[in-house]
Structure formats: structure tokens, C-alpha cells
Design a protein around this ligand. Structure first.
Ligand code: F0G
Length: 459
């Protein structure tokens, strides 16, 4: 059978509110052309993020009822910790309320000495990772392979780090100024693209050579493992848990947002093998997040995460997941709508630079496309381009991002094939009159993570 059916039955549903194009025009203006400022009730298909938006399974809900809310030593914590240890192999596990809390704890410790500039190297830092490094006065350096920077270049592992550049940068900066090397799996910033096992292994070798700790940003670890199974020689007969175990055997620790590949609505963890580092992280956790056996979460959240971590490695699920994104990609491709190829794990990334050549980076083509998606079909997506990553030079001139992308991220187990058909249809409609789309200018913005709250005006 060619048709891939959703590998679940639906037991509970949530109503979608439909709006008219006229209503959406008013809503968009009132939200200053920023989808983060639109009420979720006014969205028909919400592809803003795959984070915290998953549909939980009946077993996860059962776990929620079984949550132990003891302040210390809750049995839900032990279930959670044992599950993380079994899957990822790390000795020390700290629950946190979400991924960026793990980043904040880790980087405030690794970058606590502000007397010398320190640098964290990654394939591509996610925006909160970068912000937590910069907030702690560090530099965040991205060394993604060249293929990863070109939407139309095909490579099976576009998330790979450039190993030669990694080694030469370590020599240039000095290992003593690099407290950590990371790989983000999958690489969210440039297309949800995977990192190969070989690249993880070789990164580890370089880190060993220079005595550098090596962590994985594990948010979408199962999707990455599935790509390795499908695309990398030698892994086709391995199970997902076996692949995951190997991936993490090379790492000294990880940060994790359980809002992604754990089907949880909230939560995350920081895990590692270094006891001294763990003790420091634990102390900071207790000061700022909560006691070690709950880390800012409820016991029931830990249950949902533990169950979700097992479910996410199911091959039927992963097959449906990756295939759904590919399916929309095929429809867009037939209509010459450009996107990052091959399609990634959790999202499809439209190439707004290529799609809207009449809108310059200074006028934010990605944001223009985000607005068009909402106007035309009530679809909410997010710009990953110069709004998110643009910087200003000393004269206040925009230094644009390398790519102008629009991410349509797919919540897990939430939408079905007809929702995906609708999304493709809306984009095809937009493309028929794309030259009429207008650029935008920013009229208000905060210092960090401006895409969340910036306000725009249409040109
Ligand atoms: N790392 C990566 C690769 C992420 O994608 C995210 C979150 C985080 C870290 C931070 O985790 O949200 O739990 O604090 N990404 C979300 C997204 C927000 O929409 O891609 P968090």
C-alpha cells in the first residue's frame, strides 16, 4: 500500500474556529503583522511550532493520573530518570521546565568566568541556545557544512558540522577558550536537517583530541535517528533505540526540550556524565527551578515525558512523521514553490528569498510570506530569516541572515493528511499572485529574541 495512514486512532478532539479572509485581515493588522501576537483561537492550522503542541497518548494521560506529587523523592522522578538513563545512557539527569532552562543552567556555569571571551561551537545554534550563550557574554559560533546553507543543494545530512573548520577554529580560538562543542540534532535552524552518525563520531574524536566536552542538543533525537536508519550506510537493520544509544554514546551530555521528541506539553532535562559539572548544575537548579526530583515540573509531567520518550522511538510513528512532511514537499515541488530540500524532520522550510525575489532582505520576505499564509488560509508559521537572526552594524544598517526561510512546523499527532492537503492548497493559491505580496518594516523591537514580540508595518 502506498498510502501512509496516521498510526493512531483519535480519542479526543479539539474544535477549530474558522475565520473569513476579511476577519483575518483585521486580526493580522491588530497583531502588527507578527503571528506570535495572534490569538491561537484565530488560527485555523497552527504550524508556529512543534514544541509543546503534541497530542499526548492515552498512556501518557494515564501516566498523568499516576503522577506522584511528592516534593522530594517522587516515584515519577525515578521513573523519568531511569527512562532517560536507559535511552541516553547518562549518569546524571536533571529535570527542567523546558529546554532553555537546561541551556541557561549549563551556560551560566560554563561561561561564569567573564574575564575572557569564551566561544561555544555548534553546527547551528537554535535561537534560545544562542541567546543563552550571548546573555552569559559568550560567543556562539555556527560551523554547519556548506551544503546546509543552500536550500536547493541536496545532501542526506545537511545538519552536519564542517569537521575541518571545527578543528581549525579550535586551533585559532584555543581549546582553553571553548568550554563546549555541541551538535543540534536535528538542526532546527536550517531545515530540521539530520546529522549523520559519522559526523557525530568524528566530532567526538576531535573533542577528545583537544579535551573538549561534547554535548548534543537532543530535542529531535528520534527524528535524527530515523534519518540515520534510512540514509546512512550500515544502519538500515538497526533499531531506533540502538541508533539512539550509539549517537549518545559519543556525547558527554545533552540538553533536551521534552516539548519536542517526548510528546510532552512541557518539560526537559539536562543530562551528563561529569559529576563535578552535575553538582554545580544541580545547585543552580535548586536555586532557580526547584528541587532535583522535580526541577520546576509537576510529578505528572515527568510521567508524561517518560512515556513519551518511549513512544517517540516507534518506527511506525517516525515513518508517518517524516513521510507527512515529504508529502507536502512533493505537492509544493510540483507547483515550483521553493523550500529546503530534502524535507526535514519536524517542519518544512519555505525559501522566501527565492519565492519572493521582489522583496529585499531589508523588507523581510519571510515575514511577508508568513503574513500571506495567515491572510490566505489562517495558517500560522514562523519566519526564520532576517527577523530572527538579522543584526545591525554600527550605523544601524541591517546585516541580513544567510537565508530567508519560513518554517511550517508540524505538531506531533495533531493534524491529518487532509490538513496537510489544505496547507499545500493555500500555498499554491498564494503562489499564483505572489508578486503582489508586500515587504514589511520593523516599528518596535526588543534587544533579545526580537521575533517573538517585534511589531511591523506593511510597506
Ligand atoms: N534547542 C532546539 C533545537 C530547539 O528547537 C528549541 C526550541 C530549544 C532548544 C529550546 O527548547 O523551547 O523547550 O525552551 N524550539 C522551539 C521551536 C521553540 O519552535 O523550534 P524550549
Amino acid at each position: 500500500m502506498k498510502t501512509i495512514i496516521e498510526p493512531f486512532k483519535i480519542k479526543s478532539v479539539e474544535k477549530i474556529n474558522f475565520t473569513t479572509k476579511e476577519q483575518r485581515e483585521v486580526i493580522l493588522r491588530e497583531a502588527f503583522f507578527n503571528p506570535f501576537l495572534i490569538k491561537a483561537d484565530d488560527v485555523i492550522i497552527d504550524l508556529l511550532t512543534d514544541s509543546g503542541t503534541s497530542a499526548m497518548s492515552s498512556l501518557q494521560w494515564a501516566g498523568i493520573m499516576d503522577g506522584d506529587e511528592s516534593y522530594a523523592g517522587s516515584k515519577s522522578y525515578y521513573r523519568f530518570k531511569d527512562t532517560v538513563k536507559n535511552i541516553f545512557g547518562f549518569d546524571y539527569v536533571i529535570p527542567v521546565h523546558q529546554g532553555r532552562a537546561a541551556e541557561r543552567i549549563l551556560f551560566s556555569i560554563l561561561l561564569e568566568d567573564h574575564t575572557k571571551k569564551k566561544c561555544i561551537i555548534n553546527n547551528n545554534h537554535f535561537d534560545t541556545t544562542r541567546a543563552n550563550i550571548e546573555f552569559n557574554s559568550g560567543d556562539a559560533l555556527d560551523l554547519n557544512i556548506e551544503e546546509g546553507k543552500h536550500p536547493s543543494l541536496i545532501h542526506p545530512f545537511k545538519g552536519n558540522i564542517d569537521l575541518q573548520k571545527l578543528e581549525s577554529k579550535i586551533n585559532e580560538i584555543g581549546a582553553e577558550n571553548i568550554p563546549l562543542v555541541m551538535l543540534t540534532i536535528t538542526d532546527n535552524t536550517n531545515g530540521g536537517q539530520p546529522v549523520s552518525m559519522e559526523n557525530i563520531r568524528e566530532t567526538k574524536k576531535i573533542c577528545v583530541k583537544y579535551h573538549l566536552p561534547f554535548f548534543l542538543d537532543a530535542c529531535r533525537f528520534a527524528e535524527n535517528a530515523y534519518f540515520i536508519q534510512q540514509r546512512e550506510a550500515g544502519y538500515k537493520d538497526k533499531t531506533i533505540p540502538e541508533i539512539v544509544a550509539e549517537m549518545f554514546s559519543y556525547a558527554d551530555g545533552c540538553t533536551m526540550s521534552a516539548k519536542k521528541d517526548a510528546f510532552a506539553n512541557i518539560g526537559g532535562f539536562l543530562a551528563m556524565n561529569d559529576k563535578a559539572l552535575y553538582e554545580k548544575c544541580k545547585n543552580l537548579l535548586i536555586i532557580t527551578e526547584g528541587f532535583e526530583t522535580y526541577g520546576g515540573l509537576a510529578g505528572r509531567d515527568l510521567e508524561a515525558i517518560a512515556q513519551g520518550l518511549k513512544e517517540i522511538m516507534d518506527e511506525d510513528y517516525l515513518h508517518y512523521r517524516i513521510r507527512s512532511v515529504e508529502y507536502i514537499g512533493e505537492k509544493l515541488d510540483k507547483n515550483n514553490i521553493p523550500f529546503i530540500k530534502p524535507t526535514g524532520g519536524h517542519a518544512l522550510y519555505l525559501d522566501a528569498k527565492e519565492f519572493l525575489p521582489h522583496i529585499s532582505p531589508e523588507q523581510y520576505p519571510g515575514q511577508a510570506l508568513v503574513c500571506a499564509l495567515y491572510r490566505e488560509g489562517g495558517i500560522r508559521a514562523v519566519e526564520i530569516g532576517s527577523v530572527m537572526f538579522g543584526k545591525y552594524d554600527a550605523n544601524g544598517k541591517l546585516i541580513p541572515a544567510d537565508m530567508e526561510l519560513v518554517r511550517m512546523a508540524f505538531p506531533r499527532r495533531v493534524y491529518t493528511q487532509s490538513h496537510f492537503d489544505y496547507v499545500a492548497e493555500v500555498l499554491i493559491e498564494i503562489s499564483k499572485d505572489k508578486n503582489s505580496l508586500k515587504g514589511l518594516k520593523i516599528i518596535e523591537e526588543p534587544e533579545f529574541l526580537r521575533h517573538f514580540t517585534a511589531k511591523f508595518e506593511e510597506n
